[in-house]
Write a protein that binds this ligand. Structure first.
Ligand SMILES: [Zn+2]
Length: 293
């Protein structure tokens, strides 16, 4: 059975009606059961029981907090890190190792909190006039104090795709990846493109293969910092590859048996090392194996 997609499945009531109401936000912030997601920079803090939370005592009225919503009826916030807070003691590798131990709901909760806190920390100044911005709408907006422009949290769409030809799949490896690791090709959707057009362009640019009949499979919010991974599938009519070595290290067609070997045996596979469980590419490969079983 396919495993759930990492960073999905949060258990928050996002309570968006409260966001625009300063009095309601202040009342939520003043509640005894209000909690903050504890972060180290924008990385998670956790122990063996899961993510750590703190109460709001000691948090000044002027501290920038994002209202994430209600969790089991209790208001949950995340603090916007100040510049000095943005150097976590924990590395990305340690973060991912920790996250795979946590329940799916907490991974999703951390992902959302991290992404929005990081957006605020990187958008203290207006992109339109350079003036200072301040938090608005419970943290789901920033407003420029000089020109009054409104800025909204970014989500950056990335197409990630499996390309199929007569029962084999095309996968690639990025520059500098660990040896023998392969994953689905991917790239940012550009302005003026549909998802389908983005899929076709990326595959053509990276490996010189024409793709048709693109379909959507599933998506994943990737919080480092704010990508929305849009998992797709398409068909090719040829296996001829022209690899753009400035973009990727290699791409190869693998048979269904080779893909099954990778997904079952992981690092010990004969064929290639598959993407980690936290990546949507892992889900896409699993999904394809099930669908073609
Ligand atoms: Zn401005």
């Amino acid at each position: 059975m396919t495993s759930p997609i990492a960073f999905t499945g949060h258990d928050l009531d996002r309570d968006d009606h409260a966001r625009a109401d300063p009095e309601q936000l202040a009342a939520l912030r003043a509640r005894d059961d209000a909690r903050l997601v504890a972060l180290d920079g924008v990385m998670p803090r956790f122990d063996e029981s899961g993510l750590l939370f703190t109460d709001l005592s000691g948090i000044g009225d002027d501290a920038e907090l994002v209202y994430l919503g209600l969790r089991d009826g209790a208001p949950l916030f995340v603090a916007v890190p100040t510049e000095g807070d943005l150097r976590p003691a924990i590395t990305m590798r340690e973060t991912m190792m920790a996250l795979i131990q946590l329940p799916a709901t907490e991974v999703a909760l951390f992902g959302g909190a991290r992404s929005i806190a990081d957006w605020h920390a990187r958008h203290r100044f207006c992109a339109q006039c350079g003036g200072p911005t301040k938090i608005a709408k419970g943290g789901w907006q920033r407003g420029c104090t000089a020109c009054e422009a409104q800025h909204f949290p970014r989500v950056d769409p990335v197409a990630i795709m499996l390309v199929e030809h007569e029962g084999s799949l095309l996968v690639g490896r990025g520059l500098g990846w660990p040896e023998r690791s392969y994953s689905a090709l991917a790239g940012f959707i550009e302005p003026g493109e549909s998802i389908e057009e983005g899929v076709k362009r990326e595959v053509w640019e990276e490996v010189g293969v024409r793709v048709r009949d693109v379909s959507y499979i599933a998506s994943q919010p990737w919080p480092f910092p704010s990508q929305l991974m849009i998992g797709c599938h398409g068909f090719a009519d040829s296996r001829d590859l022209t690899i753009d070595e400035t973009e990727i290290d290699d791409a190869q067609w693998f048979t269904r048996a080779q893909i099954e070997d990778a997904m079952v045996n992981g690092k010990d596979a004969q064929s290639f090392i598959p993407p980690p469980r936290t990546a949507i590419a892992h889900y896409l490969l699993q999904h394809w194996l099930e669908k073609t079983a």
